[in-house]
Design a binder for this molecule. Structure first.
Ligand SMILES: Nc1ncnc2c1ncn2[C@@H]1O[C@H](COP(=O)(O)OP(=O)(O)OP(=O)(O)O)[C@@H](O)[C@H]1O
Ligand SMILES: [Mg+2]
Length: 247
C-alpha cells in the first residue's frame, strides 16, 4: 500500500459534560503530505488524542471531513472504517494495549490474522518484524515477561504488520525511561525516513517534536505551525542514531 497523504477540513468535535458540551476541536484543518512525519503538541486536554482517534476512525467528527489516501472516512460506516484501519493504519499508544494472554509473536501477527489470508506467511512477517526490533529471542514471551521498552517495540511491530500507509502514535514513548524513549523514537523516525511512512504523532517531549519534519501546536481547537527550536531545539538527527536504527 502506498504512503498516505492526510487532509482534514473544518473538523469539529465536542463531548457532552453534564448539561453543557465541551467543544474540543473547532474548525481544525490539517494537511500532511505522504511520507511526512508531523508532531502534534499542546497542553494536556487540548484534544491531541481526540484528533488521533478521529484520524484512526475510532470516533467520528461532529462536522468536517477527513481524507486519508484520497478516501473520505465520513463516507464509510463503522465496519468499513474498521476494515480501512486494520489494513491501512498503524496505531501506537502510550500504553501498548498488548493482549496479556498471547505471546509477543501472537500479538504482532493478530492484525494480519484478523484480515484473513495465509497464516504461515503472517507468522513469518511477524518474526521478521520482531527480529528487526531486536526481539528475535522474545517471540514466545508474554507481555508480562517483557520490559516496558520491549513491550512498546512489540506494539510498534504489531502496528506495522499490515504494512500501513499511515502510522498514528499517541505519546508512543510517554511511559518509557528517557533512554528507551529515545531509542523507540529513533525507530519511528527511521521507519519514516527509510520507508517514507507517513507518521502523525502526539508528544509532550519537545526534543522528539523537534526532530520531526514539522511541529503543529493544537490550541483552542485548531492547529498552528510551531517552529522547531521554539521550546524544542533541534538536537540533530544523529542524537537518536536514526539511520543506524533497524539495521
Ligand atoms: N469520550 C470523551 N467523553 C467526554 N470528554 C472527552 C472524551 N474524550 C476526551 N474528552 C475531553 O476532551 C478534551 C480533550 O481530551 P484529549 O484526550 O484529546 O486531550 P489531549 O490533548 O490528548 O491531552 P493529554 O496531553 O493529557 O493526553 C478533554 O477535556 C477531555 O476531558
Ligand atoms: Mg492524549
Amino acid at each position: 500500500m502506498n504512503n498516505a497523504p492526510v487532509v482534514c477540513r473544518d473538523l469539529h468535535k465536542g463531548f457532552p459534560s453534564g448539561d453543557v458540551r465541551i467543544e474540543v476541536l473547532v474548525g481544525l484543518d490539517l494537511e500532511v503530505a505522504a511520507g511526512e512525519m508531523v508532531a502534534i503538541v499542546g497542553e494536556s486536554g487540548v484534544g491531541k488524542s481526540t484528533l488521533l482517534h478521529l484520524l484512526a476512525g475510532l470516533d467520528i467528527p461532529d462536522h468536517g471531513e477527513i481524507t486519508i489516501a484520497g478516501q473520505a472516512l465520513s463516507r464509510m460506516d463503522a465496519r468499513q472504517r474498521s476494515v480501512f484501519r486494520n489494513r491501512g493504519i498503524g496505531l501506537v499508544f502510550q500504553f501498548h494495549h498488548l493482549l496479556p494472554e498471547f505471546t509477543a509473536l501472537e500479538n504482532v501477527v493478530m492484525p494480519r490474522w484478523i484480515q484473513g489470508g495465509n497464516r504461515s506467511a503472517g507468522r513469518s512477517s511477524a518474526i521478521d518484524l520482531l527480529n528487526r526490533f531486536g526481539l528475535g529471542t522474545r517471540l514466545d514471551h508474554h507481555p508480562a515477561h517483557l520490559s516496558g521498552g520491549e513491550q512498546q517495540r512489540v506494539a510498534i511491530a504489531r502496528s506495522l504488520i499490515n504494512s500501513p500507509m499511515l502510522l498514528l502514535a499517541d505519546e508512543p514513548t510517554g511511559n518509557l525511561d528517557t533512554r528507551t524513549a529515545e531509542t523507540v523514537f529513533g525507530w519511528l523516525r527511521s521507519l519514516n525516513r527509510r520507508e517514507g511512512l507517513t507518521v502523525i504523532l502526539a508528544t509532550h517531549n519537545p526534543r522528539f517534536a523537534g526532530i520531526c519534519d514539522r511541529i503543529l501546536q493544537l490550541r483552542e481547537g485548531r492547529l498552528f505551525p510551531k517552529e522547531p527550536g521554539n521550546g524544542g531545539t533541534n538536537p540533530g538527527l544523529g542524537a537518536f542514531k536514526v539511520n543506524a536504527a533497524l539495521e
